[in-house]
Design a protein around this ligand. Sequence first.
Ligand SMILES: Cc1cc2nc3c(=O)[nH]c(=O)nc-3n(C[C@H](O)[C@H](O)[C@H](O)COP(=O)(O)OP(=O)(O)OC[C@H]3O[C@@H](n4cnc5c(N)ncnc54)[C@H](O)[C@@H]3O)c2cc1C
Length: 506
Amino acid sequence: MTAIRAEPASAEGKWPFETPPPPIPQADIKKTLVADIIVVGAGLSGMCAALSAVQAGATVIVIEKGPRCTFHGGWNGVVGSRLQKKLGLEFDKAEVVAELMRWSAYQADQRLLRLWADESGPAMDWLLDMADGAGIPVEIEADLKQDDFYKHYPTSHLFPRPQGTMAPRNATLLHLLESHARAAGVTIHFETPAVQLLKEERGRVAGVIARTADGYVQLDARAIVLCTGGYEHDPEMLKRYVPRALNVTVNSYLPPLTTGDGHKMALWIGAVMDDAGHCPLLFDGGMPGTIIPLALARQPFLNVNLAGERYMNEDAPYGYIANADLLQPGHVKWTVWDGKAEADAARFHSTYCKRMVPPLHSPEIVRWAIEKGYVLQADTLEELGQKMVLPEETFLATVRRYNELARLGQDLDFGKPSSRLSTIELPPFFAAKTGAALLGTLTGLKVNTRLQVLDTAGAVIPGLYAAGNASGGFFANDYPITMAGISHGRALTFGRLAGLNAATER
Ligand SMILES: Cc1cc2nc3c(=O)[nH]c(=O)nc-3n(C[C@H](O)[C@H](O)[C@H](O)COP(=O)(O)OP(=O)(O)OC[C@H]3O[C@@H](n4cnc5c(N)ncnc54)[C@H](O)[C@@H]3O)c2cc1C
């Protein structure tokens, strides 16, 4: 990461990113385009906003910084879809909202959570209709192992990976949205980053200026929907809002286009960010040197820090594991397993992205990780400890104690469930060094339940909407991974609603 100032630079205590750049002179505008709605950003929230707005009768232009629509992962978390109902998966929405409020330490806006609980099912039904029309089968990850500490909710809807590729499953969903949007008349301009919002004297946002290879273009509209994603690639914003994210081993949000542009453009015209503790999407199992998270290295085996000591219940939700890892020396840990690992992992029955299935687990990928040195292998624990360069006596004592607890079937030291304990005694022995990975920032501009952006006084900035990771009020402090896929779930639900609401602007 690049060097950054440790504190606000200006006399008013503003951070440099909060200071608006000089307005772009009218003479520099090479072209003007007009539509009812301009959507900024072609990720999941942006494409849902664009499609819903055009379906509501608006003319829509999407401008996107990168060369294509953005997609990641594959878990799309909603409650109350028709697929869930068909499978008999019922949700108590009040309970779901209460659980999300607890994860946010009551710093989320409960009204937005309720909105998601009520509207995410219909939003998924809208996507399922398109999937059905294209013959795309969608499945739900429902065989979740309920553990002793956390309730897991069968929220995730998974689209199939594009055939014969390693592309994320959500590539299929974004292709579907893009083709429907284009067919309905949406124009998408790639490599056209928005740089400044245009606000009329009466306070209404009525346009945006974007940069193209041929110069600046002005886009006039009745409403602008900011769907520019997070600020995971702006070190200064990370320092300001979520400093622990600066110590991650890997920033997995690629390509690195999400630099908080929507947040900044809105702040420059009077919008305000969430006051709550900003929420990063932190992931355990970030391997230094690669963005591929090996499923085997993320199982709840024994974790030791660089002092060779155990420091936590390895079976915590992955964001919590990442938090604990970030507090260790060097912000990393070693995960240690033995020759019984495959059988142990099958018994552990880890779900979501820790599932022991391709592409994140297979004999080939384990061999690849050993060959590349991401996973160390040794015939004895002494040899493994030396390869890991850990204090030998401490490491061996930690393994002895762990084996004692595993044989006892009770983790007296850290309370890991007995179903996820196993001795480390059968050679060969393995170890992988991992830290936290950053999968995005999830807190942003204050919005109301119409997804309109608010100013410092809490008043609506007319004509300006935000959805997805550009918007706030939904997550705080930590990502509720037990409600799997809910970052996509918010993006698709609120993107759709923002588009529908923006289409009603006069
Ligand atoms: C590896 C990985 C796996 C993940 N898996 C999951 C998962 O399974 N489930 C889940 O819920 N979440 C997952 N996430 C997180 C999730 O992908 C994001 O939170 C979500 O996609 C955000 O959607 P969005 O529409 O807000 O932003 P994005 O999808 O990031 O879209 C923002 C778009 O805006 C564009 N943009 C930025 N600035 C400008 C500008 N100035 N002008 C024009 N365009 C601009 C960007 O290029 C981008 O295309 C994952 C993240 C990663 C990195």
